[in-house]
Design a protein around this ligand. Sequence first.
Ligand SMILES: [Fe+2]
Ligand SMILES: [Fe+2]
Length: 188
Amino acid sequence: MAELVSEYKIAKEIYEHGKEIILTDEAQEMKKFTQHGDTSVFEHAVSVAKYSLIYAIAFEKIFGKELDKKSLVRGALLHDYFLYDWHEKHKGHGLHGFTHPRTAADNADRDFDLNDREKDIISKHMFPLTPIPPKHIESAIVCIADKWCAICETFKIDISSYIIYRINFRFDLVRGNIRIGRESHALK
Ligand SMILES: [Fe+2]
Ligand SMILES: [Fe+2]
């Protein structure tokens, strides 16, 4: 897919579409929880946003149909916004695979202003484990990208470290955690 669009452009597009989510303390909470292997839920979400965008761009080129890429990225970023450690089975998370899409959708709906497409992306991303199929192409794309990222993370195959670095870099820059150039030009 490298010939379709560069990693730099993908990172830029994820940030532009997703910054109202990425820059919030609420979304940053996902860094506290592990998803697969050594990957945090936040890193997993960024990785899913990356592959969702790549698949969407390929879909648009093949079928000549424009997709809602902003909703795609926002839904991908929040698809696992369940905000607990699902490895702690003794805390009632034994049915996590079946229940977390609803939990994530409810949490996301509480903390962010979502449209119907974004809600569908979040609540249907575990299809076919959860039986109701995605209603939109964007939801189906995130559903597929999620499975691809989960496999790579489980087997510790690095597919998204550059994108994750870029997104964290933009976050730190906006928050003033890092400074570029001379002190007089430093971001406040
Ligand atoms: Fe999930
Ligand atoms: Fe996921």
